[in-house]
Design a protein around this ligand. Structure first.
Ligand code: NAD
Length: 532
């Protein structure tokens, strides 16, 4: 018998009660009770629609079926946008930017709306978390933590709406004044991937809104529900129609038409480096500004003087967080030779004890890969690594026990004895797969850490402050963590260098991406005439 979402929400609500609000370590600390009633019901399949001008639009595109990565059941149906749908959504955002009240409101007023949206997100935390967990395959406890983190990002961005200001230059000579102002960049296309649908949206949308921009949200076709819900919530809290819009569908249909559209002023893109290149290519057409949050192959670098148990926990967290499907995943371990054997043995044992399971069931610490093709790709990376001479210390296989055989689960995997010659040293696997390389001394650690095309993040584990800070200054990465990993706060910008992208999200730098600098020059009194 199918039961309603409200019933389902009530059932698991009590399971949430014991979860402590954690920023980023729920999968290792989760206390969620098993939801025994889960098997008694199935959730109704959701049918989503595009959203523009404050209302839902079914469009005429072919529907796309999203199957659960845990069970293979149909969970969501979304329309694939036609070119006409994209034209309509862009027209809505353009009109709202050019003629609507949003960019003319005081920052204080915009902040009120953004804070109201944060409240609304928080009020719907359970429903949002269920959909996020169901569509992405991340454990429910982590999905819930993502929702809380998203509300925090909205609140932080609201403070920028109030503080947006420029500079006045009054020392340019008598009768000459310069105003350096900040204005919204315009109509923004916010394109997000499937691994953190809501959280990554929250790194973009409230900052765009705070600056006075209008937005077209383009979620992944695999994980669209939370994005549509946020657009509906924007309407509910009174954000004017046309300010927050959603276009659904595949990247090569909805996405491609959107990035080529001449009425879009700015593209904020998060996704793979491959798609990032396509976005940059399309942006050349009308010379659009872009920001690129792309892939990574980040290293956890462990020195012999680290607190070893902390480092082991950090390395596990780094590679298993969000099922290993995380841009800043610590998917490489560089470990100092003199502790390497002992470290890897202890780590492999702990990794083999991690609970792999249904994301909606209590106790699961990692869930399935996002889809069957990705499962095959992850297993393919492991097979290739062993064929090239690397050694599996634990895992390396699909988990198929019991009901898990219906989904795309991979055992936490440690691939040891990896060198720069192995493809797994360089390739973003995007799964619970750690590649281990040994080093001798700081100089070698720096060289090996930097020997990839990516530059998103790195973590250093050492109790020697000289070592830690030298490493931080030499690593090619947008973020360096010292004695921690995948930490963060809305105040701190994130982003990459090299093929991990450019531009920043969060913090002042993240807000500035959504603004243009406009200079106003004023002459008072008699002007020195050039032609007399
Ligand atoms: P993806 O590049 O396949 O897709 C990302 C988004 O782009 C989706 O919404 C997709 O529909 C859209 N898209 C695809 N082709 C497009 C096109 N031609 N034009 C416009 N839009 C298009 O990425 P994914 O598989 O969804 O996500 C995984 C990737 O995202 C990984 O490489 C990961 O490292 C990266 N990522 C980066 C960050 C970061 O902050 N740097 C964060 C999360 C994920």
């Amino acid at each position: 018998m199918g039961k309603s979402l409200a019933y389902f929400t009530r059932q698991i609500y009590s399971a949430f009660q014991n979860i402590q609000e954690v920023n980023c370590k729920p999968f290792l600390t989760s206390e969620v009770e098993p939801v025994s009633s889960l098997e008694e019901f199935t959730m109704a399949t959701k049918t989503l629609t595009h959203y523009w001008n404050g209302s839902a639009h079914t469009g005429s595109g072919t529907p796309i079926d999203r199957l659960s990565p845990s069970t293979g059941e149909l969970i969501t149906k979304i329309p694939d946008a036609t070119p006409a749908d994209v034209d309509a959504v862009v027209a809505a955002a353009r009109n709202a930017f050019d003629k609507g009240p949003w960019r003319h409101m005081s920052g204080m007023e915009r902040a009120k709306f953004i804070n109201a949206l944060a409240d609304e997100i928080e009020a719907n935390i359970d429903e949002l978390a269920i959909y996020e967990a169901q569509e992405t395959g991340k454990p429910l406890s982590l999905a819930r933590s993502d929702v809380g983190g998203s509300a925090n990002l909205f609140r932080y961005a609201a403070s920028h709406a109030m503080q947006m200001h420029g500079d006045v230059h009054t020392n340019l000579g008598k009768g000459f004044t310069g105003l350096v102002t900040r204005v919204p960049v315009g109509v923004t296309a916010l394109i997000t991937p499937w691994n953190f649908p809501l959280l990554l949206l929250a790194q973009k949308l409230p900052f765009a809104l705070a600056a006075g921009c209008t937005a077209i949200l383009k979620p992944s076709e695999l994980t669209s529900t939370s994005t549509v819900m946020v657009a509906e919530m924007a309407k509910k809290v009174g954000i004017p129609d046309g300010v927050v819009n959603v276009i659904l569908g595949y990247g090569n249909t909805a996405g491609q038409k959107l990035i080529e559209h001449e009425d879009v002023d700015f593209i904020s893109f998060t996704g793979s480096t491959r798609t990032g290149r396509a976005v940059i290519e399309a942006s050349k057409l009308h010379l659009k500004r872009t920001s690129m949050e792309l892939g990574g192959k980040s290293a956890n670098i462990v020195f012999a003087d680290a607190v070893i148990d902390d480092a082991i926990d950090g390395v596990m967290f780094g590679v298993l967080f969000n099922n290993g499907e995380c841009c800043v995943s610590g998917s490489r371990l560089l470990v100092e030779e003199k502790i390497a054997d002992e470290f890897v043995a202890k780590l492999a044992k702990r990794m083999s004890e991690v609970q792999v399971g249904d994301p909606l069931a209590g106790g699961s610490q990692i869930g399935p890969m996002i889809h069957s093709g990705h499962l095959d790709a992850v297993l393919g990376h492991i097979t290739k690594a062993t064929s090239q001479g690397a050694v599996i210390a634990t895992g390396g296989v699909q988990v198929k026990s019991g009901d898990l055989s219906k989904g795309y689960f991979v055992a936490p995997t440690v691939v040891d004895k990896v060198t720069e010659k192995h493809d797994i040293f360089h390739d973003e696997v995007f799964g619970p797969v750690l590649a281990v390389t040994r080093f001798n001394g700081k100089e070698e650690a720096i060289r090996i850490a930097n020997a990839t095309k990516y530059g998103l993040a790195a973590s250093v584990w050492s109790k020697n402050i000289d070592t830690a800070l030298d490493m931080a200054s030499e690593l090619h990465a947008g973020t360096v963590w010292i004695n921690t990993t995948i930490d963060g706060s809305p105040q701190l910008p994130g982003g990459g260098v090299k093929e991990s992208g450019f531009g920043r999200e969060m913090g002042q730098a993240g807000f500035d991406e959504f603004t243009e600098v406009k200079t106003i020059q004023i002459r008072t009194g008699a002007r020195n005439r050039y032609f007399g």
